[in-house]
Ligand binder design. Structure first.
Ligand SMILES: [Zn+2]
Length: 218
């Protein structure tokens, strides 16, 4: 082999080594990226367990709401996977001061027997009858850290401590308790503090107002 041919072979070999090294590096980058993405997915998927557990240290089934001892100053609440609590979307009474009392949720138009659905996945904390207030009521603590309250039901079809999915039927609309007509009284609470549901959801669009709600202590 001539010197020129030897040099050509050498150049080809070194090009092959460099290009296979580059392929290895690319493979490594792709692997690291997919590993990081998987890790992120795991963190995201487990996030709800963290929120559920880190915010609340008690689990009692009598009171519909109680403010937790420690309320974080800020918190990012994951609203994805929201499901409308009822098919209808007409708000008949807003959140806020009403008849010298606080109305801690919204009233949504309903017909007797309309199906009521869990707004998110979670665990049923309260199923009871409150004759002077909520009537037949269900409270669910969700994986994202929120609690939702469903009042004046004609029927409850879930049990305390039951795990529910977003969109799972939990009861039927009614007119029980302090109520002047069939509707769903729907509350969203964070660490026991009521949040106006329209800050979280656009009922008219049957959707969330954003993927995340950024809670700030007032
Ligand atoms: Zn109400």
């Amino acid at each position: 082999m001539t010197l020129k041919k030897l040099m050509m072979v050498g150049i080809c070999l070194s090009f092959f080594v460099v290009s296979s090294n580059a392929q290895e590096i690319n493979k490594q980058i792709a692997y690291n990226k997919s590993t990081a993405e998987s890790a992120l997915e795991i963190i995201t998927n487990n996030n709800h367990i963290t929120a559920f557990e880190e915010l609340y240290d008690t689990w009692e089934n009598k009171r519909c709401h109680s403010k937790t001892e420690v309320v974080p100053n800020t918190y990012k609440i994951d609203l994805r996977k929201f499901s409308m609590p009822i098919e209808q979307s007409c708000i008949t009474s807003n959140f806020g001061r009403r008849w010298n009392r606080n109305h801690n949720g919204v009233d949504i138009k309903a017909y007797h027997g309309d199906t009521i659905y869990s707004a998110f996945g979670g665990k049923v904390r309260v199923v009871k009858y409150d004759p002077n207030g909520y009537g037949n009521v269900i409270v669910i603590r969700h994986w994202n850290g929120l609690e939702t309250v469903y009042g004046h039901l004609s029927k409850q079809i879930v049990k305390i401590n039951e795990i529910v999915e977003a969109g799972q039927p939990i009861g039927l609309a009614g007119n029980t308790g302090r109520s002047t007509g069939t509707h769903l009284h729907f509350e969203t609470r964070f660490c026991g503090i009521p949040i106006n549901p329209i800050e979280l959801f656009s009922f008219r669009n049957k959707d969330v107002t954003g993927d995340f709600y950024y809670w700030k202590k007032k």
